[in-house]
Design a protein around this ligand. Structure first.
Ligand code: AMP
Length: 426
Protein backbone atom coordinates (compact mmCIF):
# COMPACT_ATOMS: atom_id res chain seq x y z
CA UNK A 1 0.00 0.00 0.00
CA UNK A 2 1.43 3.37 -1.02
CA UNK A 3 1.46 5.83 1.82
CA UNK A 4 2.81 9.31 2.22
CA UNK A 5 2.33 10.05 -1.46
CA UNK A 6 1.49 13.68 -0.60
CA UNK A 7 0.07 15.74 -3.40
CA UNK A 8 1.86 13.81 -6.17
CA UNK A 9 0.17 12.20 -9.12
CA UNK A 10 -0.84 8.56 -8.93
CA UNK A 11 1.59 6.21 -10.61
CA UNK A 12 -0.66 5.61 -13.63
CA UNK A 13 0.15 9.14 -14.78
CA UNK A 14 -3.52 10.00 -15.13
CA UNK A 15 -5.05 13.09 -13.56
CA UNK A 16 -4.93 13.60 -9.80
CA UNK A 17 -7.05 11.28 -7.71
CA UNK A 18 -9.41 13.01 -5.28
CA UNK A 19 -10.48 10.88 -2.30
CA UNK A 20 -13.89 11.82 -0.93
CA UNK A 21 -15.28 10.69 2.42
CA UNK A 22 -18.98 10.13 1.77
CA UNK A 23 -20.79 9.06 -1.37
CA UNK A 24 -24.02 11.05 -1.44
CA UNK A 25 -25.29 13.67 -3.84
CA UNK A 26 -22.64 16.21 -2.91
CA UNK A 27 -19.92 13.70 -3.76
CA UNK A 28 -21.72 12.94 -6.98
CA UNK A 29 -21.85 16.62 -7.98
CA UNK A 30 -18.20 17.11 -7.01
CA UNK A 31 -17.28 14.30 -9.39
CA UNK A 32 -19.55 15.62 -12.15
CA UNK A 33 -17.67 18.94 -11.88
CA UNK A 34 -14.22 17.38 -11.55
CA UNK A 35 -14.24 14.78 -14.33
CA UNK A 36 -14.02 17.45 -17.08
CA UNK A 37 -10.94 18.83 -15.28
CA UNK A 38 -9.28 15.45 -15.75
CA UNK A 39 -9.65 14.49 -12.09
CA UNK A 40 -10.43 11.01 -10.89
CA UNK A 41 -12.43 10.10 -7.81
CA UNK A 42 -12.58 7.47 -5.11
CA UNK A 43 -15.25 7.53 -2.41
CA UNK A 44 -15.69 6.02 1.04
CA UNK A 45 -19.30 5.08 1.61
CA UNK A 46 -20.82 2.29 3.66
CA UNK A 47 -24.33 2.54 2.27
CA UNK A 48 -25.40 0.39 -0.68
CA UNK A 49 -26.16 1.96 -4.08
CA UNK A 50 -24.60 5.37 -3.32
CA UNK A 51 -25.32 8.25 -5.74
CA UNK A 52 -21.60 8.30 -6.68
CA UNK A 53 -21.51 4.70 -7.84
CA UNK A 54 -21.11 5.49 -11.55
CA UNK A 55 -18.48 8.19 -11.09
CA UNK A 56 -15.52 6.55 -9.40
CA UNK A 57 -14.40 3.66 -7.25
CA UNK A 58 -16.28 3.17 -3.99
CA UNK A 59 -14.64 1.75 -0.85
CA UNK A 60 -17.54 0.18 1.02
CA UNK A 61 -16.69 0.46 4.72
CA UNK A 62 -17.59 2.54 7.75
CA UNK A 63 -16.10 6.05 7.90
CA UNK A 64 -13.83 5.10 10.79
CA UNK A 65 -12.60 1.73 9.53
CA UNK A 66 -8.76 1.99 9.42
CA UNK A 67 -8.39 -0.37 6.44
CA UNK A 68 -11.09 1.45 4.56
CA UNK A 69 -9.41 4.79 5.23
CA UNK A 70 -6.08 3.42 3.97
CA UNK A 71 -7.75 2.06 0.84
CA UNK A 72 -9.45 5.41 0.29
CA UNK A 73 -6.25 7.49 0.30
CA UNK A 74 -3.97 5.06 -1.53
CA UNK A 75 -2.40 7.16 -4.30
CA UNK A 76 -4.72 10.13 -3.69
CA UNK A 77 -3.53 13.70 -4.22
CA UNK A 78 -5.94 15.10 -1.68
CA UNK A 79 -8.78 14.04 0.63
CA UNK A 80 -11.98 15.98 1.00
CA UNK A 81 -15.41 15.14 2.40
CA UNK A 82 -18.98 15.77 1.48
CA UNK A 83 -20.66 15.73 4.91
CA UNK A 84 -19.59 17.26 8.19
CA UNK A 85 -20.05 14.29 10.47
CA UNK A 86 -16.84 12.59 9.36
CA UNK A 87 -15.24 11.34 12.61
CA UNK A 88 -12.52 13.87 13.46
CA UNK A 89 -10.15 11.05 14.46
CA UNK A 90 -10.56 9.55 10.98
CA UNK A 91 -9.85 12.90 9.32
CA UNK A 92 -6.72 13.32 11.44
CA UNK A 93 -5.56 9.81 10.58
CA UNK A 94 -5.98 10.55 6.88
CA UNK A 95 -4.10 13.83 7.29
CA UNK A 96 -1.01 11.92 8.45
CA UNK A 97 -0.47 10.65 4.92
CA UNK A 98 -2.39 12.94 2.61
CA UNK A 99 -3.55 16.57 2.74
CA UNK A 100 -7.13 16.78 4.07
CA UNK A 101 -9.16 19.86 3.11
CA UNK A 102 -11.14 21.51 4.59
CA UNK A 103 -8.87 21.04 7.63
CA UNK A 104 -10.07 18.70 10.41
CA UNK A 105 -10.40 21.64 12.84
CA UNK A 106 -13.28 22.89 10.67
CA UNK A 107 -15.07 19.59 11.27
CA UNK A 108 -14.53 19.97 14.99
CA UNK A 109 -16.09 23.41 15.04
CA UNK A 110 -19.06 22.45 12.86
CA UNK A 111 -19.97 19.10 14.39
CA UNK A 112 -21.20 20.44 17.70
CA UNK A 113 -23.67 23.33 17.72
CA UNK A 114 -22.26 24.54 21.03
CA UNK A 115 -18.62 24.62 19.83
CA UNK A 116 -19.82 26.25 16.64
CA UNK A 117 -21.67 29.04 18.42
CA UNK A 118 -18.82 29.56 20.88
CA UNK A 119 -16.48 29.76 17.88
CA UNK A 120 -18.64 32.38 16.19
CA UNK A 121 -18.87 34.42 19.39
CA UNK A 122 -15.12 34.24 19.97
CA UNK A 123 -14.67 35.79 16.53
CA UNK A 124 -17.09 38.61 17.33
CA UNK A 125 -19.84 37.13 15.14
CA UNK A 126 -23.36 37.50 16.51
CA UNK A 127 -25.59 34.46 17.11
CA UNK A 128 -28.97 33.79 18.70
CA UNK A 129 -28.73 33.64 22.50
CA UNK A 130 -27.99 30.04 23.50
CA UNK A 131 -27.34 27.77 26.46
CA UNK A 132 -26.10 24.21 26.74
CA UNK A 133 -28.69 21.82 28.18
CA UNK A 134 -27.79 18.44 29.66
CA UNK A 135 -30.60 17.78 32.15
CA UNK A 136 -34.30 18.54 32.55
CA UNK A 137 -33.44 21.11 35.25
CA UNK A 138 -31.00 22.83 32.91
CA UNK A 139 -33.77 23.06 30.33
CA UNK A 140 -35.92 24.97 32.84
CA UNK A 141 -33.00 27.25 33.70
CA UNK A 142 -32.21 27.87 30.04
CA UNK A 143 -35.86 28.73 29.30
CA UNK A 144 -35.91 31.12 32.27
CA UNK A 145 -32.79 32.81 30.94
CA UNK A 146 -33.56 32.89 27.21
CA UNK A 147 -37.35 33.02 27.28
CA UNK A 148 -39.88 31.60 24.81
CA UNK A 149 -40.23 31.01 21.96
CA UNK A 150 -36.99 29.09 21.66
CA UNK A 151 -35.58 26.15 19.72
CA UNK A 152 -34.25 23.06 21.47
CA UNK A 153 -31.71 21.20 19.32
CA UNK A 154 -29.42 18.22 19.63
CA UNK A 155 -25.83 19.47 19.68
CA UNK A 156 -24.66 16.81 17.25
CA UNK A 157 -25.92 15.04 14.12
CA UNK A 158 -28.95 17.21 13.50
CA UNK A 159 -29.68 18.17 9.91
CA UNK A 160 -32.62 19.20 7.74
CA UNK A 161 -34.65 20.15 10.80
CA UNK A 162 -34.13 16.72 12.40
CA UNK A 163 -33.27 16.75 16.11
CA UNK A 164 -34.94 20.05 16.88
CA UNK A 165 -38.18 21.23 18.45
CA UNK A 166 -39.63 24.74 18.59
CA UNK A 167 -40.87 25.60 22.09
CA UNK A 168 -43.62 28.20 22.28
CA UNK A 169 -45.10 27.57 25.73
CA UNK A 170 -43.73 26.12 28.94
CA UNK A 171 -46.33 23.35 28.74
CA UNK A 172 -44.36 21.97 25.76
CA UNK A 173 -41.14 21.42 27.68
CA UNK A 174 -41.98 17.91 28.92
CA UNK A 175 -42.78 16.53 25.49
CA UNK A 176 -39.71 18.22 23.94
CA UNK A 177 -37.59 16.65 26.66
CA UNK A 178 -39.20 13.26 26.03
CA UNK A 179 -38.27 13.58 22.34
CA UNK A 180 -34.75 14.94 22.62
CA UNK A 181 -33.60 14.46 26.24
CA UNK A 182 -30.70 12.18 27.15
CA UNK A 183 -28.40 13.67 24.53
CA UNK A 184 -26.35 16.85 24.81
CA UNK A 185 -28.69 19.67 23.75
CA UNK A 186 -28.62 23.38 23.12
CA UNK A 187 -31.45 25.86 23.64
CA UNK A 188 -31.44 28.79 21.25
CA UNK A 189 -33.60 31.87 21.38
CA UNK A 190 -36.09 31.91 18.50
CA UNK A 191 -34.87 34.44 15.94
CA UNK A 192 -37.59 36.52 14.33
CA UNK A 193 -35.57 36.97 11.16
CA UNK A 194 -36.42 39.06 8.12
CA UNK A 195 -34.58 36.81 5.72
CA UNK A 196 -32.51 33.68 5.81
CA UNK A 197 -29.34 34.16 3.81
CA UNK A 198 -26.20 32.16 3.21
CA UNK A 199 -22.74 33.16 2.17
CA UNK A 200 -20.56 30.74 0.24
CA UNK A 201 -16.87 31.43 0.44
CA UNK A 202 -14.00 29.56 -1.16
CA UNK A 203 -10.32 29.66 -0.34
CA UNK A 204 -7.58 27.89 -2.21
CA UNK A 205 -4.42 26.33 -0.79
CA UNK A 206 -2.62 29.39 -2.17
CA UNK A 207 -4.75 31.68 0.03
CA UNK A 208 -6.75 33.06 -2.91
CA UNK A 209 -10.26 33.79 -1.62
CA UNK A 210 -13.58 34.48 -3.35
CA UNK A 211 -17.22 34.86 -2.34
CA UNK A 212 -20.42 34.04 -4.18
CA UNK A 213 -23.27 36.56 -4.17
CA UNK A 214 -25.47 36.22 -1.08
CA UNK A 215 -28.16 33.58 -1.41
CA UNK A 216 -31.65 33.98 0.02
CA UNK A 217 -33.09 30.74 1.35
CA UNK A 218 -36.53 29.50 2.25
CA UNK A 219 -36.92 26.59 4.66
CA UNK A 220 -40.02 24.61 5.49
CA UNK A 221 -39.89 22.42 8.62
CA UNK A 222 -36.14 23.01 8.75
CA UNK A 223 -35.55 21.72 5.19
CA UNK A 224 -34.26 24.01 2.48
CA UNK A 225 -36.88 24.21 -0.27
CA UNK A 226 -35.71 27.14 -2.36
CA UNK A 227 -32.75 29.46 -2.86
CA UNK A 228 -32.46 32.55 -5.01
CA UNK A 229 -29.78 34.93 -6.19
CA UNK A 230 -29.68 37.87 -6.06
CA UNK A 231 -31.26 37.95 -2.63
CA UNK A 232 -34.33 40.17 -2.51
CA UNK A 233 -33.99 43.77 -1.56
CA UNK A 234 -34.72 44.59 2.05
CA UNK A 235 -38.28 43.24 2.43
CA UNK A 236 -39.49 46.48 4.02
CA UNK A 237 -38.25 48.52 1.07
CA UNK A 238 -39.48 45.92 -1.39
CA UNK A 239 -43.00 46.05 0.04
CA UNK A 240 -43.07 49.80 -0.51
CA UNK A 241 -41.71 49.58 -4.05
CA UNK A 242 -44.15 49.59 -7.00
CA UNK A 243 -41.78 47.49 -9.20
CA UNK A 244 -41.51 44.71 -6.68
CA UNK A 245 -43.09 41.42 -7.69
CA UNK A 246 -42.65 40.24 -4.14
CA UNK A 247 -42.76 36.58 -5.12
CA UNK A 248 -39.19 35.53 -5.50
CA UNK A 249 -38.22 37.08 -8.80
CA UNK A 250 -34.94 38.71 -9.70
CA UNK A 251 -36.67 42.02 -9.41
CA UNK A 252 -34.25 43.65 -7.08
CA UNK A 253 -30.64 42.86 -7.70
CA UNK A 254 -28.19 44.08 -5.13
CA UNK A 255 -24.75 44.27 -6.63
CA UNK A 256 -22.25 42.46 -4.48
CA UNK A 257 -19.97 45.45 -4.78
CA UNK A 258 -22.51 47.85 -3.31
CA UNK A 259 -24.56 45.82 -0.86
CA UNK A 260 -23.62 46.43 2.77
CA UNK A 261 -25.23 43.11 3.67
CA UNK A 262 -22.94 41.30 1.22
CA UNK A 263 -19.94 43.07 2.74
CA UNK A 264 -21.05 42.14 6.26
CA UNK A 265 -21.52 38.49 5.26
CA UNK A 266 -18.12 38.37 3.56
CA UNK A 267 -16.56 39.84 6.71
CA UNK A 268 -18.12 37.08 8.81
CA UNK A 269 -16.93 34.37 6.43
CA UNK A 270 -13.45 35.82 6.25
CA UNK A 271 -13.05 35.69 10.02
CA UNK A 272 -14.02 32.01 10.04
CA UNK A 273 -11.73 31.21 7.09
CA UNK A 274 -8.79 32.89 8.81
CA UNK A 275 -9.49 31.33 12.20
CA UNK A 276 -9.54 27.81 10.74
CA UNK A 277 -6.78 28.25 8.11
CA UNK A 278 -9.54 27.10 5.84
CA UNK A 279 -9.23 25.57 2.38
CA UNK A 280 -12.25 24.66 0.22
CA UNK A 281 -15.83 25.89 0.05
CA UNK A 282 -17.36 27.10 3.32
CA UNK A 283 -21.07 27.87 3.71
CA UNK A 284 -22.44 29.95 6.58
CA UNK A 285 -26.18 30.18 7.17
CA UNK A 286 -27.24 33.60 8.39
CA UNK A 287 -30.32 35.23 9.87
CA UNK A 288 -30.91 38.85 8.93
CA UNK A 289 -32.52 40.65 11.87
CA UNK A 290 -33.65 44.24 12.44
CA UNK A 291 -31.13 46.49 14.11
CA UNK A 292 -32.13 49.86 15.57
CA UNK A 293 -28.92 51.57 14.50
CA UNK A 294 -27.95 49.93 11.22
CA UNK A 295 -31.34 48.86 9.87
CA UNK A 296 -30.41 45.18 9.85
CA UNK A 297 -27.57 42.96 10.93
CA UNK A 298 -26.56 39.36 10.46
CA UNK A 299 -26.46 36.53 13.00
CA UNK A 300 -24.71 33.27 12.18
CA UNK A 301 -26.87 30.17 12.56
CA UNK A 302 -24.55 27.41 11.44
CA UNK A 303 -21.71 26.60 9.10
CA UNK A 304 -21.02 23.75 6.74
CA UNK A 305 -17.36 22.98 5.97
CA UNK A 306 -18.23 21.67 2.52
CA UNK A 307 -20.23 22.39 -0.58
CA UNK A 308 -23.78 23.25 0.42
CA UNK A 309 -27.35 22.87 -0.79
CA UNK A 310 -27.77 26.65 -0.91
CA UNK A 311 -24.90 26.77 -3.43
CA UNK A 312 -26.43 24.36 -5.95
CA UNK A 313 -27.68 27.27 -8.08
CA UNK A 314 -24.03 27.95 -8.98
CA UNK A 315 -23.99 24.91 -11.28
CA UNK A 316 -26.04 26.82 -13.84
CA UNK A 317 -26.17 30.37 -12.49
CA UNK A 318 -22.54 31.23 -11.69
CA UNK A 319 -19.49 31.37 -13.93
CA UNK A 320 -17.89 28.63 -11.86
CA UNK A 321 -19.87 26.21 -9.72
CA UNK A 322 -19.20 25.71 -6.02
CA UNK A 323 -18.24 22.11 -6.85
CA UNK A 324 -15.58 23.06 -9.37
CA UNK A 325 -14.25 25.81 -7.12
CA UNK A 326 -14.07 23.45 -4.15
CA UNK A 327 -11.95 21.07 -6.21
CA UNK A 328 -9.79 23.89 -7.54
CA UNK A 329 -9.29 25.10 -3.97
CA UNK A 330 -8.32 21.76 -2.42
CA UNK A 331 -5.92 21.02 -5.29
CA UNK A 332 -4.33 24.48 -5.10
CA UNK A 333 -5.52 25.51 -8.57
CA UNK A 334 -6.51 29.11 -9.37
CA UNK A 335 -10.15 29.78 -8.46
CA UNK A 336 -12.85 30.42 -11.05
CA UNK A 337 -15.10 33.48 -11.26
CA UNK A 338 -17.82 33.34 -8.58
CA UNK A 339 -20.04 35.93 -10.25
CA UNK A 340 -23.68 35.49 -11.25
CA UNK A 341 -23.77 34.54 -14.93
CA UNK A 342 -27.17 35.92 -15.92
CA UNK A 343 -29.61 38.22 -14.22
CA UNK A 344 -30.79 35.81 -11.62
CA UNK A 345 -30.89 32.18 -10.59
CA UNK A 346 -32.94 30.05 -8.27
CA UNK A 347 -32.82 26.50 -6.95
CA UNK A 348 -35.81 24.39 -6.01
CA UNK A 349 -35.21 21.13 -4.13
CA UNK A 350 -37.00 17.98 -5.24
CA UNK A 351 -38.18 16.08 -2.19
CA UNK A 352 -39.76 12.62 -2.55
CA UNK A 353 -41.02 11.52 -5.96
CA UNK A 354 -40.10 14.20 -8.52
CA UNK A 355 -42.38 15.36 -11.35
CA UNK A 356 -41.63 13.85 -14.78
CA UNK A 357 -38.39 15.17 -16.27
CA UNK A 358 -40.12 16.13 -19.56
CA UNK A 359 -42.30 18.58 -17.67
CA UNK A 360 -39.52 20.09 -15.61
CA UNK A 361 -37.13 20.67 -18.48
CA UNK A 362 -39.91 22.22 -20.55
CA UNK A 363 -39.88 25.28 -18.28
CA UNK A 364 -37.59 27.90 -19.86
CA UNK A 365 -34.29 28.19 -18.03
CA UNK A 366 -34.87 25.02 -15.98
CA UNK A 367 -31.91 22.67 -15.46
CA UNK A 368 -32.61 19.32 -13.85
CA UNK A 369 -30.16 17.60 -11.49
CA UNK A 370 -31.17 14.16 -10.24
CA UNK A 371 -29.14 12.29 -7.65
CA UNK A 372 -29.92 8.70 -8.62
CA UNK A 373 -31.62 8.12 -5.26
CA UNK A 374 -34.66 6.01 -4.50
CA UNK A 375 -37.53 8.44 -3.75
CA UNK A 376 -38.90 8.36 -0.21
CA UNK A 377 -41.23 10.95 1.33
CA UNK A 378 -39.26 14.08 2.23
CA UNK A 379 -35.96 12.70 0.83
CA UNK A 380 -33.87 15.04 -1.32
CA UNK A 381 -33.66 13.27 -4.68
CA UNK A 382 -32.63 16.18 -6.88
CA UNK A 383 -33.04 19.86 -7.57
CA UNK A 384 -33.96 22.18 -10.38
CA UNK A 385 -31.89 25.25 -11.10
CA UNK A 386 -33.70 28.04 -12.90
CA UNK A 387 -31.73 30.72 -14.70
CA UNK A 388 -32.65 33.82 -16.61
CA UNK A 389 -31.02 36.42 -18.81
CA UNK A 390 -27.49 37.19 -19.81
CA UNK A 391 -25.60 36.34 -22.95
CA UNK A 392 -27.04 36.44 -26.47
CA UNK A 393 -29.64 34.38 -28.26
CA UNK A 394 -32.97 32.93 -27.14
CA UNK A 395 -33.98 33.84 -23.61
CA UNK A 396 -31.05 36.20 -23.18
CA UNK A 397 -33.15 39.25 -22.52
CA UNK A 398 -35.89 37.59 -20.54
CA UNK A 399 -36.07 40.20 -17.83
CA UNK A 400 -35.95 43.09 -20.27
CA UNK A 401 -38.96 41.77 -22.17
CA UNK A 402 -37.61 39.90 -25.20
CA UNK A 403 -38.99 36.84 -23.43
CA UNK A 404 -41.78 37.80 -21.06
CA UNK A 405 -41.03 34.96 -18.69
CA UNK A 406 -38.75 36.36 -15.99
CA UNK A 407 -37.23 34.39 -13.15
CA UNK A 408 -40.24 34.71 -10.85
CA UNK A 409 -42.55 33.18 -13.46
CA UNK A 410 -40.10 30.40 -14.29
CA UNK A 411 -39.76 29.55 -10.61
CA UNK A 412 -43.53 29.62 -10.18
CA UNK A 413 -43.93 27.08 -13.00
CA UNK A 414 -41.39 24.72 -11.50
CA UNK A 415 -42.97 25.07 -8.07
CA UNK A 416 -46.38 24.27 -9.46
CA UNK A 417 -45.03 21.07 -10.97
CA UNK A 418 -43.19 20.20 -7.77
CA UNK A 419 -46.18 20.92 -5.59
CA UNK A 420 -48.40 18.88 -7.93
CA UNK A 421 -50.62 21.73 -9.02
CA UNK A 422 -49.14 22.22 -12.48
CA UNK A 423 -51.19 22.19 -15.64
CA UNK A 424 -49.87 18.94 -16.97
CA UNK A 425 -50.40 18.11 -20.62
CA UNK A 426 -52.87 15.28 -21.33
P1 AMP B 1 -30.62 24.45 11.40
O1 AMP B 1 -30.63 22.97 11.45
O2 AMP B 1 -30.02 25.09 12.61
O3 AMP B 1 -30.02 24.98 10.13
O4 AMP B 1 -32.15 24.92 11.36
C1 AMP B 1 -32.97 24.65 10.25
C2 AMP B 1 -33.93 25.81 10.06
O5 AMP B 1 -34.76 25.96 11.22
C3 AMP B 1 -33.26 27.16 9.87
O6 AMP B 1 -32.85 27.34 8.55
C4 AMP B 1 -34.39 28.09 10.30
O7 AMP B 1 -35.36 28.20 9.27
C5 AMP B 1 -34.99 27.35 11.46
N1 AMP B 1 -34.30 27.74 12.71
C6 AMP B 1 -33.23 27.11 13.27
N2 AMP B 1 -32.83 27.74 14.39
C7 AMP B 1 -33.64 28.79 14.55
C8 AMP B 1 -33.73 29.84 15.53
N3 AMP B 1 -32.90 29.90 16.60
N4 AMP B 1 -34.69 30.76 15.37
C9 AMP B 1 -35.55 30.71 14.32
N5 AMP B 1 -35.53 29.76 13.38
C10 AMP B 1 -34.60 28.81 13.49
Amino acid sequence: MVKGSGAGLPSSGQGPLVAVVGGGQLGRMLALAGLPLGLRFRFLEAKAEPPVRDLGAVVRTAYDDPEGLDALVHGAAVVTYEFENVPVAAARRLAESTPVFPPPQALEMAQDRLTEKEGFRSLGIGTAPYRAVGTREELDEAVREIGLPAVLKTRRMGYDGKGQVVLRESSELDSAWATLGGRPLILEGFVDFRRELSILAVRSRSGETAFYPLVENEHIDGILVRSRVPASRDPVLAAASPESTGDGGADSPLSSATSPVQAEAEGIARRVLDHLSYVGVLAIELFEVPDPERGTRLLANEMAPRVHNSGHWTQDGAWTSQFENHLRAVLGLPLGDTGLRGEGAAMINLLGTPPPREELVRVPGAHLHLYDKEPRPGRKVGHVNVTVGGGVGPGAGAVQGADPMGLAERVRRVRELVEGRGERPE
